[in-house]
Design a protein around this ligand. Structure first.
Ligand SMILES: Cc1cc2nc3c(=O)[nH]c(=O)nc-3n(C[C@H](O)[C@H](O)[C@H](O)COP(=O)(O)OP(=O)(O)OC[C@H]3O[C@@H](n4cnc5c(N)ncnc54)[C@H](O)[C@@H]3O)c2cc1C
Length: 456
C-alpha cells in the first residue's frame, strides 16, 4: 500500500489514521475479547459519517478486507481483521433524545450505557443489551435481546431509521419509507449491508424498574427452571429477566461463606409501575428459598450497569447459542447437568425469554426470523487466563452438544462463535433468500464480509 494512498486518506478524514508503525497501534487494534489478536494494516478512528465513507472507499479501492467496529464486543472479533482496514466508530458515541417524539438517535459507536443514560434522563428507554458497554449498533443490527424485549420487542423492532454508508461509499437513509429493502435487511442481518453511522429508535416510558438478582440453591435449579418455563409463557409483558447459572461473586449482599459457590440466579426486571414490582416478582421469588438477593426499585440504567464488573474488557471469550421453542424436561435436564459446571465467575448461561412483543412481529417482517422461538439461551464462556482456554472452550462445546439437539436449528447471530459460519442459513430460515437478494443489491462484492456473513 503506497504512502500516497495513506496520505490521501489522512487528508480526507477528521479522525486519526493509525498504522502498525504508529504509537498507539497496539491499543487501537485491541478488541474486547482478548483471545482475538489481529493486526490490521490501517485503523481509521472515524469522527463522522464522512470519515466512515472515506474508510469504506479506501478499503474498496485498495481491495482490502474491511472490519467495522462499534462497541467492539463481537465475541468472534468481527471488529478487527488481519491485514485489512478497521473502520472504528467507537469515537462516534453521541446520543440525542427527542422527548416530544419519544425517539433517540445514537451514533454508530454509541454504547448502551451512553444510550440509557441519555434516554433515562427523560424517563424513556428502549430494548437494549444487559451490559452497558455493548455497542448499540452491533447489537441492534443482529436483533437485540434484553430486559425490555417482552414488552417492547427486540431492539431492531424499535429501530425507526438508520443512516447507512453503503459499499459504494454513498450515505443513505433506511426506513419503512426509504430504501425499505435495506431497512428490512439490517433488522437482524447484522453488518452485512453497510455501516450504520446513526440509528434512530422508538422510546417508551420507563422510569424506575423493580428488579435485580436473586440466588437459588443448585438443588432448587430444576424447580426454578420448570417454574420459569410456565410463568414466562403468560407473565405480564412488563416482566423481563432470565435465569442464569452463576458463581457467586464477592458482593456484600451474598453471605461471605457462599462467595465462589455456584447458584441458579434469576435476574428480574419489572418495568411496570414500580409499586407493583414486589407483587409481580413474588411468584418467582417464592418458588424456592432465596439465599441472597439484591432486588428493589432502581433506575433502569443502574440495572444495565449492574453486572459490568463481571465482564471487564480483556477476558477470553467463547460462546455458543441456539434458539429454543419449547424448554422441554429433557432440555432442562441438560441444563442441570452442564450449568452447575460453569467454570469461572465471569462465565454464565442465560436463558432469555423472547416471547411477548417479539412474537407480534411477523417472521418475514424483518430479517430476524425466529419469531416463534420462546427462548434465546446463550452459553457464554468468559475467563481471564489464556492457559485455561482449552478447558473453558470444552465446557461450552459439551454444554452446546447436549442442548443443541433439543433446540431449534438456528441461533442468534450475536451470540454465535467464529466457527458457526456454516449455520448462517439456519439462523435466517425462510428469510435467507431475501437476504441474499438484498446483499446482491447493496454489497455485490461482499466488502462487508467480516461478520456472520451472508454471501451475495
Ligand atoms: C458482555 C457482553 C454482553 C452482551 N449482552 C447482550 C445482550 O444483552 N443482548 C444481545 O442481544 N446481545 C448481547 N451481546 C452480544 C452482542 O449483541 C454482540 O456481541 C454484538 O455484535 C456487539 O456489538 P458491538 O457493536 O459491541 O460489537 P462490534 O465488535 O463492534 O461489532 C459486532 C458486529 O456488528 C458490526 N457492527 C458494529 N457496529 C456497526 C455499525 N455501526 N454499522 C454496521 N455494522 C456494525 C460489526 O461489523 C460486527 O460484525 C453481548 C456481548 C457481550 C460481549
Amino acid at each position: 500500500m503506497g504512502n500516497s494512498k495513506i496520505e490521501t486518506l489522512r487528508g480526507r478524514v477528521r479522525g486519526a489514521v493509525i498504522l502498525p508503525s504508529d504509537d498507539g497501534y497496539d491499543e487501537a487494534r485491541r478488541v474486547y475479547n482478548a483471545m482475538i489478536d489481529r493486526r490490521p494494516a490501517v485503523i481509521v478512528r472515524c469522527a463522522s459519517a464522512a470519515d466512515v465513507a472515506a474508510a469504506v472507499d479506501f478499503a474498496r479501492e485498495s481491495q482490502l478486507a474491511l472490519a467495522v467496529r462499534g462497541g467492539g464486543h463481537s465475541v468472534p472479533g468481527f471488529g478487527t481483521v488481519d491485514g485489512g482496514v478497521v473502520a472504528d466508530l467507537s469515537g462516534m458515541r453521541a446520543v440525542h433524545v427527542d422527548p416530544e417524539k419519544r425517539t433517540a438517535r445514537a451514533e454508530g459507536g454509541a454504547t448502551w450505557g451512553a444510550f440509557n443514560e441519555a434516554t433515562g434522563a427523560f424517563g424513556l428507554a428502549t430494548t437494549g443489551g444487559i451490559i452497558s458497554t455493548t455497542g448499540v449498533a452491533g447489537l441492534t443490527l443482529g436483533g437485540g435481546i434484553g430486559y425490555l424485549a417482552r414488552g417492547f420487542g427486540l431492539s431492531c423492532d424499535n429501530l425507526v431509521s438508520a443512516e447507512v454508508v453503503t459499499a459504494d461509499g454513498r450515505t443513505v437513509t433506511a426506513s419503512e419509507d426509504e430504501h425499505a429493502d435495506l431497512f428490512w435487511a439490517i433488522r437482524g442481518g447484522g453488518g452485512n449491508f453497510g455501516v450504520a453511522t446513526a440509528l434512530e429508535f422508538q422510546l417508551h416510558p420507563v422510569q424506575e424498574i423493580y428488579g435485580g438478582p436473586m440466588f437459588f440453591e443448585l438443588e432448587d435449579a430444576g424447580t426454578v427452571l420448570r417454574f420459569y418455563r410456565e410463568f414466562i409463557a403468560d407473565a405480564p409483558e412488563q416482566f423481563g429477566g432470565f435465569p442464569a447459572f452463576q458463581i457467586a461473586p464477592p458482593l456484600p449482599f451474598i453471605p461471605e461463606n457462599r462467595h465462589g459457590d455456584t447458584f441458579l440466579a434469576f435476574v428480574a426486571c419489572w418495568a411496570g409501575p414500580v409499586e407493583e414490582g414486589e407483587r409481580a416478582l413474588k411468584p418467582l421469588h417464592d418458588v424456592a428459598q432465596v439465599v441472597a438477593e439484591h432486588v428493589g426499585p432502581m433506575p433502569y440504567p443502574a440495572l444495565n450497569g449492574a453486572f459490568d464488573a463481571l465482564v471487564p474488557a480483556g477476558l477470553q471469550h467463547y460462546w455458543k447459542a441456539n434458539f429454543v421453542r419449547d424448554l422441554t424436561d429433557d432440555a432442562i435436564a441438560a441444563h442441570l447437568e452442564h450449568g452447575p459446571r460453569v467454570p469461572t465467575v465471569n462465565s454464565t448461561v442465560h436463558i432469555y425469554p423472547i416471547n411477548g412483543a417479539c412474537h407480534r412481529v411477523a417472521a418475514d417482517a424483518t430479517a430476524f426470523a425466529y419469531r416463534e422461538a420462546n427462548f434465546a439461551p446463550v452459553i457464554a464462556g468468559m475467563w481471564p487466563d489464556p492457559a485455561q482456554n482449552e478447558a473453558n472452550i470444552r465446557w461450552v462445546r459439551e454444554y452446546y452438544a447436549a442442548t443443541a439437539p433439543l433446540s431449534e436449528e438456528g441461533g442468534y447471530i450475536n451470540f454465535m462463535a467464529g466457527d458457526d459460519q456454516d449455520r448462517i442459513k439456519a439462523n435466517y430460515k425462510g428469510n435467507y433468500p431475501r437476504l441474499v437478494e438484498a446483499k446482491r443489491r447493496w454489497d455485490p462484492d461482499n466488502l462487508f464480509r467480516v461478520n456472520q456473513n451472508i454471501k451475495p
